[in-house]
Write a protein that binds this ligand. Structure first.
Ligand code: SF4
Ligand code: SF4
Length: 439
């Protein structure tokens, strides 16, 4: 078996054994969900409901006229308790619709309304948009912006690398929903005009590779590309390089290289949006950490507070541990447990002190150069982070801060424990705002 990869990156501990053999299980229903009006890399929604309104599961409750946006839906049936600022996983507070469960139907009816064999592409694109789909691997780009046919695109590259420590939700999805994944890939290929699908999967998931291979063994238009276990193998440009051999120049769109990259979870969600009219109201989340009593891969309603998830997993108090939503490399540590999971939340990870680097303990850069040596984007993380920390946005932009893929290797490897990614993330919206006003 030929194993492909990219140059650079780092080998980080996996910690996947806590959950990699745990089948997907539905989590109990929370009494309250918190639905942020902004859950994508784009513009926030306007609420379509008000406090006191009764809502049904799957009902659209927020939308925007902007193209770069995705609507949000009620993930439970209930009463709108409030529309107010709440803590969100991306940091700080944002407008959220809070819903209290009532005795209405709480299961989405998976009734087939369309045949995936006879796809109507216009309806497919509408379903993806109206279903509020976003990239579920963490990027949260609205999915509908990449459903149009593009003459230059010949390859659909499905991202099943899941290179971050602890996370196993994509692994279990590839193993347990293989048929839906392949069907979803067929729909997506038709939608973008691609002639082939490559499934990029790290070789630490041999059962998933086997399951996909068995299903596509008679097809010439689909192939599994086994990938080396290395971080950040699942990042778009590195995945494209490893799977297709094509270099992705800085700032280039993957479509310009004939390739569209899609997370495996989003691919299944898009199939369900078309076949069942199912909006994005739930997702698989890995709940893990050395002290979690019942770690696993859980099907969780969007908006469920982390406190409910942890209680169900046998951990009501986290004491001196840290709650991270997402993977430990790219996810964000949360200030408290009443923060909801959103469409792109891959994991609820509880890290003990020995696995975390307390931001307050960082020191000045000691100029060791390790971050420069390991940065997969060939940046100078030491320098751009100093500019970002000091709000020197023009200098940071000229230093290519916007090319940072937020992989977290620099912060992980830094002997001074500098929170480089945190500063980069803080600077990006401001630089984007300046770029927009210049245009
Ligand atoms: S600067 Fe960005 S791309 Fe480079 S190592 Fe740090 S997080 Fe990764
Ligand atoms: S790894 Fe940390 S200490 Fe070393 S050069 Fe980079 S920022 Fe400075």
């Amino acid at each position: 078996m030929e194993v492909k990869t990219f140059k650079g990156g780092a080998h980080v501990p996996h910690y996947k054994s806590y959950t990699e053999n745990k089948p997907i299980t539905r989590l109990s229903l929370p009494q309250e969900v918190i639905i942020p009006l902004l859950q994508c890399l784009g513009e926030p929604c306007e609420p379509l409901v008000k406090a006191g309104d009764k809502v049904k599961i799957g009902q659209k409750i927020g939308d925007s006229k902007e193209f770069f946006s995705a609507p949000v839906h009620a993930s439970i049936s209930g009463i709108v308790k409030a529309i107010e600022k709440r803590t969100v996983p991306s940091g700080g507070e944002d407008d959220c619709i809070v819903i209290l469960a009532d005795d209405g139907p709480q299961e989405f009816e998976m009734k087939q309304v369309r045949d995936p064999e006879n796809v109507d592409l216009e309806i497919y694109r509408k379903c993806v948009r109206e279903g509020g789909l976003v990239g579920m691997g963490g990027a949260a780009l609205p999915t509908h912006i990449q459903t149009k046919h593009d003459d230059g695109v010949n390859t659909l590259l499905l991202n099943g690398a899941e290179c971050e420590p602890f996370l196993t939700c994509d692994h279990r999805l590839m193993l347990e929903k293989t048929e839906a994944l392949v069907k979803g890939a067929e729909l997506k290929m038709k939608s973008i005009g691609a002639q082939r699908t490559l499934f990029g999967v790290e070789v630490n998931k041999p059962d998933a590779i086997k399951a996909i291979n068995e299903l596509i063994k008679d097809r010439e238009d689909m192939e599994v590309v086994p990938l080396a276990v290395k971080y950040p193998q699942g990042f778009k440009s590195h995945l494209i390089k490893a799977a297709t051999g094509r270099d992705v120049p800085r700032g280039a769109r993957s479509a310009q290289l004939g390739c569209i990259v899609r997370n495996v979870g989003t691919t299944v969600a898009a199939l369900e949006a078309y076949v069942y009219d199912k909006p994005m109201i739930e997702r698989i989340v890995t709940v893990s950490g050395p002290k979690v009593a019942r770690p696993g891969n859980y099907l969780v309603r969007i908006g469920t507070p982390a406190s409910h998830i942890l209680k169900e997993c046998g951990m009501e108090e986290i004491e001196n541990h840290k709650l991270v939503l997402g993977g430990p490399m790219t996810g964000l540590a949360q200030p408290h447990l009443e923060v909801p999971i959103v469409k792109c939340t891959t994991g609820v990870i509880i890290l003990p002190p020995e696995m975390t680097r307390e931001w307050m303990d960082y020191t000045d850069c000691v100029r060791c150069g390790k971050c420069v040596d390991h940065c997969p984007m060939m940046l100078y993380p030491n320098q751009i982070s100093i500019w970002a920390e000091k709000d020197m946005y023009d200098e940071a932009e000229k230093g290519d801060l916007m090319d940072c893929i937020e992989c977290g290797i620099c912060s992980y490897i830094c002997p001074a424990a500098r929170p480089i990614v945190h500063w980069v993330q803080r600077a990006k919206p401001e630089i984007k705002k300046r770029q927009r006003s210049r245009k």
